[in-house]
Write a protein that binds this ligand. Structure first.
Ligand SMILES: [Zn+2]
Length: 475
């Protein structure tokens, strides 16, 4: 018996958009059928989705929840956790996010995951997973432990090639260790997820701007610049190419130089994938000059018009596959407390309006098809990160993670209407669609603004990267 039928919507399936009914049983999609052909009388509940878009739940492959951040006064801020941000995500139609487990010295990779579980288990209304985040000095047993973690269902490894800020050490991994890591990833079927910036260029620019007394955060694009992205992307990609079978995912591409580097690697057939942030597509370094301009920032930095153009082209040409948030949910006073190039907080509040804002910008304003839109906010993340077709698809057998968008909804994003924090970088942005219903594994989590989820509804997702993703430039 079907527990739920979603009737008569425009359903975005892997085969395209079709008017059909979707039947749900035992947390999964049990049937997709011509309108009116599923046994509605015996179903537990029927939702009328006429004139609505039925899509897979959003997937955000890059969030930082309950994340420690050092404030300029030396105290540590802990950002909002999965219970709070998950609630916002569900209101915005996102059902799954991928965060990070910090692999620190003295721990094994699996211990790092267990430690991070304390922040999530029983506390996340969304389904979730982690990228394992390596910190500067990999432990001696590093290769074996990484292999073990990949086989245990934790196949993505986050690597920084920069410390990002002069005050911070312990993030960047030297190239010898990255080389070792790539050998393990290639052998074991893992995927490197990379924050690539050229540390020499970045630190040089910090020193230069501090010397010149140009330390306001409005100069961040000069520090975390296009050349840095060019050099570091190419160095990482060349290293990956030297270890056959290394698959990598370049996080938050911000510059035209990064798009070109990924495009070239893919033309050579390498298994390389690209992510950007809606922040980078829609805001530029000019926005740093607006009131509270820090709210548009995340590291590396906002760039320029030609970079934005390249990012958009990248989404059309299959160079950029995912639009993520780099979510870091904190109050406006904390987001704007840093005023300098070397103390401004990265990360964004944006998980809730992501689907609505990107529908406006992609489908309404730029003529993207619904499948293109769904690929960029959901399906591609599932495919690259080893969650497909369990997640990211409306197909028989997939988890019943479904967002029903109302494309008649008109309005503006207002922080006061959201469930994130006391500001949003998307304040006043036009809305041409908004989720009316969000469903996670068959359970209605949000319906018409009412919240029915609980902190123990979410589940950890063990993953395995698909062979086609590892074998060459798929998608
Ligand atoms: Zn991040």
């Amino acid at each position: 018996m079907l527990q739920l039928i979603i009737q008569g919507g425009d359903v975005v399936t892997p085969q395209g958009v079709a008017k059909c009914d979707v039947g749900i049983a035992d947390e999964k999609i049990a049937a997709i059928a011509a309108p009116g052909t599923l046994e509605a009388q015996s179903a537990g509940r029927v939702i009328d989705a006429k004139d609505r878009i039925v899509m897979p739940g959003g997937i955000d492959p890059h969030v930082h929840l309950k994340h420690p951040w050092m404030l300029p006064d030396g105290t540590t801020l802990i950002t909002a956790g999965p219970e709070h941000v998950g609630r916002a995500a569900l209101h915005g139609g996102t059902t799954t996010f991928i965060d990070f487990a910090y692999w620190r010295q003295g721990q094994s990779a699996l211990q790092a995951i267990e430690a991070r579980d304390q922040d999530f288990v029983g506390k996340s209304p969304c389904d979730w997973a982690y990228h394992i985040m390596l910190h500067s000095e990999p432990p001696p047993q590093f290769a074996d432990q990484l292999a073990e973690a990949i086989q245990a269902g934790y196949p993505t490894l986050k690597i920084f090639t920069t410390n990002i800020l002069p005050s911070r050490s312990g993030r960047m991994i030297d190239f010898g260790d990255i080389w070792e890591a790539f050998q393990v990833l290639a052998r074991e079927g893992g995927l490197g997820v990379i924050h690539a910036e050229d540390n020499d260029i970045v630190m040089h620019m910090y020193a230069k701007l501090i010397r010149e007394d140009r330390v306001g955060f409005e100069h961040l694009a000069e520090v975390h610049n296009q050349l840095s992205e060019d050099l570091s992307f190419r160095r990482v990609l060349r290293l990956a190419e030297s270890v056959p079978g290394t698959a990598i995912y370049m996080m938050h591409i911000s510059a035209a130089t990064g798009v070109s580097a990924v495009a070239e690697a893919r033309r050579r057939g390498l298994p390389v994938y690209g992510e950007t942030l809606h922040q980078y597509m829609l805001y530029s370094a000019a926005d740093y000059k607006r009131p509270n301009g820090q709210i548009y920032h995340t590291y590396p930095s906002l760039k320029h018009e030609d970079d934005q153009r390249a990012l958009w082209e990248g989404t059309r040409e299959g160079v950029i596959h995912c639009i993520a948030t780099d979510e870091l949910c904190c109050a406006l006073k904390d987001k704007t407390i840093g005023k300098r190039i070397d103390d401004t907080t990265g990360g964004n509040s944006g998980v809730e309006p992501r689907l609505g804002v990107m529908y406006t910008e992609m489908v309404v304003r730029r003529g993207y098809s619904l499948p293109q839109y769904v690929d960029l906010v959901s399906s591609n993340a599932a495919k690259i990160m080893g969650l497909y077709p369990k997640k990211g698809a409306i197909a028989v057998g997939s988890d019943a993670d479904i967002t029903i968008l109302d494309p008649t909804r008109r309005g503006k994003v207002r922080a006061a209407d959201l469930h994130e924090t006391d500001y949003t970088p998307w304040e006043g942005h036009d809305i041409f669609a908004w989720p009316a219903v969000t469903i996670l594994r068959g359970k209605i989590m949000v319906e018409d603004g009412n919240y029915f989820a609980g902190p123990s509804d979410g589940r950890y997702l063990k993953r395995k990267i698909a062979a086609n993703i590892l074998d060459g430039a798929a998608l």
